[in-house]
Design a protein around this ligand. Structure first.
Ligand code: NAD
Length: 496
């Protein structure tokens, strides 16, 4: 049994070591491999340890999931959803504890951690609505002949998730997959394996039968074993583009369904008529939220024409942020070094750092970078081209809207894009032309909320469809098409 996490503040607190969860049992990996520290990034100290699993652990989890599948698929969808209703209640009841656990293992501040758990709950609510949405369809396609479509589970399926949302991203997959009748193997990020352990306990309490949900901790070896395992029918992945491509290629080559969400480089376009206060608040929230470690974070601000007044307001607003209070640390020391490298590089290449977070150090030992704005960047600078994944806004100035759209379109990613304007005409022109799957008009983090599906374009998503919403249900199920003819009797009989 995994105990509650008792932290009630940012003060350092240790927790139990990560374990695999297989067939309802907490287990250490079957053969001992590398053990890593699970670091609290605010303090730079280990709160727990995680031992990386391997192929044998994946195989054990798959066997447990396979054994649980026949009974779980027979449970009516309404009763499968009822487990998620119960889980929703338990997560609401324990929301403070779960939020502190997210905050301690990931580093994000408590209010952001709580918002993350709330968003996971919203995903569960969508799963609870599936019995009302998932009715198939039926039609008499010719005289006496009916075609019917019903949604069937795939069997054992798996999810591989990143460090930046230890609670929310697993719930982009779990409700649709499990309410859909599948059994699941989750591989959390080895940097944040603790929150989902606690939630596994809540799932058990909610009535989920053993083996329906399993956890295998690990890194590359576990991911590759998931891609290769013949009994796993579908893989959902969220993480960097490099790994998304690898997982998509490897899982697809094994004949699995794969939907792999990758990295991002989101462009926000600002024109001179933008509402200054709304834009400043919004842009700052977008590039500093989650310490910039969000695939939906603002990364490049493309300022069209004379936007000095808007840029001043953004700088002023961001300069008021207190690192450590309004914004958490980044995930690792290496991440802090990488992010500062981008800032140094842009400065050396001639850009101006108009807000500098490189010296931020509110809690000794933690991994800190404060809000940073790089102005007068050029499009060839790595800071303007590559995913930085930290609280850095890079400003590129251009003369007109066409050039702004051209720059946005030239970046290989396609997660999010946004326009700040008070003109409907400009908004429409940008919305019709940017190469991004999730677009915002005066909204800097244009996450489509349930029931709409989350998913980008181009190098931000490999596969078909979106990860959340109804598309998620379609991904984790297959359609059985039944054609029936019951007008078999040639003669009249007692029923005539
Ligand atoms: P990551 O790609 O390093 O890790 C993601 C998962 O892949 C982890 O579970 C990790 O253990 C595993 N992994 C890492 N390297 C691997 C390898 N070589 N082979 C096989 N598996 C490997 O990503 P991260 O650092 O945890 O998360 C940040 C990235 O995720 C960013 O690029 C961010 O944009 C992206 N992200 C995207 C979305 C989205 O919806 N598109 C959402 C959240 C995060």
């Amino acid at each position: 049994m995994i105990p509650s996490f008792n932290a009630k503040s940012n003060d350092f607190q240790g927790y139990v070591d990560a374990k695999n969860y297989i067939a309802g049992e907490w287990q250490s990996p079957l053969t001992s491999r590398e053990t890593l520290d699970v670091l609290n990034p605010r303090h730079g100290k280990a709160i727990a340890k995680v031992t990386l699993g391997g192929r044998d652990d994946v195989d054990a989890a798959v066997k447990a999931a396979e054994a649980a599948f026949p009974a779980w698929r027979k449970v009516p969808i309404r009763d499968r959803a009822a487990v998620f209703y119960a889980l929703r209640g338990l997560m609401m009841k324990n929301i403070e504890e779960l939020s502190w656990l997210v905050s301690h293992e990931n580093g994000k501040i408590f209010s952001e951690a709580k918002a993350e758990v709330e968003k996971a709950i919203e995903c569960i609510e969508f799963g609870c609505s599936l019995p009302n949405l998932a009715a198939g369809s039926q039609l008499e396609v010719s005289r006496g002949v009916r075609c019917e479509v019903v949604y069937e589970p795939l069997g054992v399926v798996a999810g591989i998730v990143p460090f930046n949302f230890p609670c929310m991203v697993p719930f982009w997959m779990l409700p649709q997959a499990i309410v859909g009748g599948n059994t699941f193997v989750l591989k959390p990020s080895e940097r944040v394996p603790l929150t989902m352990m606690r939630i596994a306990e809540l799932m058990r309490e909610a009535g989920l039968p053993n083996g329906v949900f399993n956890i295998v901790n690990g890194g590359r070896e576990v991911v590759e074993a998931i891609c290769d395992h013949e009994k796993i029918k579908a893989v959902g992945f969220v993480g960097s583009t490099k790994v998304a491509k690898l997982v998509y290629g490897r899982a697809s080559a094994e004949g699995k369904r794969a939907l792999c969400l990758g990295g991002a480089k989101n462009h926000l376009i600002v024109v001179p008529d933008a509402d200054v206060a709304v834009t400043a608040d919004n842009v700052v929230a977008s590039f500093t939220g989650g310490t910039g470690q969000r695939c939906m974070a603002a990364s490049v601000l493309v300022a069209v024409g004379d936007c000095e007044h808007v840029i001043d307001a953004i700088r002023e607003r961001a300069a008021k942020m207190v690192t450590g209070t309004d914004m958490g640390p980044v995930t690792t020391e290496a991440a802090a070094t990488r992010i500062k490298g981008y800032i140094d590089g842009a400065e050396k290449a001639g850009a101006k750092v108009i807000l500098d977070g490189r010296a931020a150090d509110p809690v000794k030992g933690g991994f800190w970078v404060g809000p940073t704005i790089i102005d007068h960047a050029t499009t060839d600078m790595p800071a303007a081209r590559e995913e930085i994944f930290g609280p850095v806004l890079t400003i590129v100035r251009v003369a007109n809207l066409d050039r702004a759209i051209e720059i946005e379109n030239a970046n290989p990613y396609g997660n999010a894009s946004c326009i700040y304007t008070t003109s409907g005409d400009i908004a429409q022109r940008v919305m019709q032309r940017v190469e991004a799957g999730m677009c915002g008009v005066n909204v800097g983090v244009p996450v489509p909320r349930e029931p709409f599906g989350f998913g980008g374009w181009n190098d931000s998503l490999f596969g078909h469809g979106n990860m959340t919403g109804w598309d998620g249900y379609l991904f984790w199920t297959r359609q059985r098409k039944i054609t029936s003819k019951w007008a078999l009797q040639k003669d009249q009989n007692w029923m005539s």
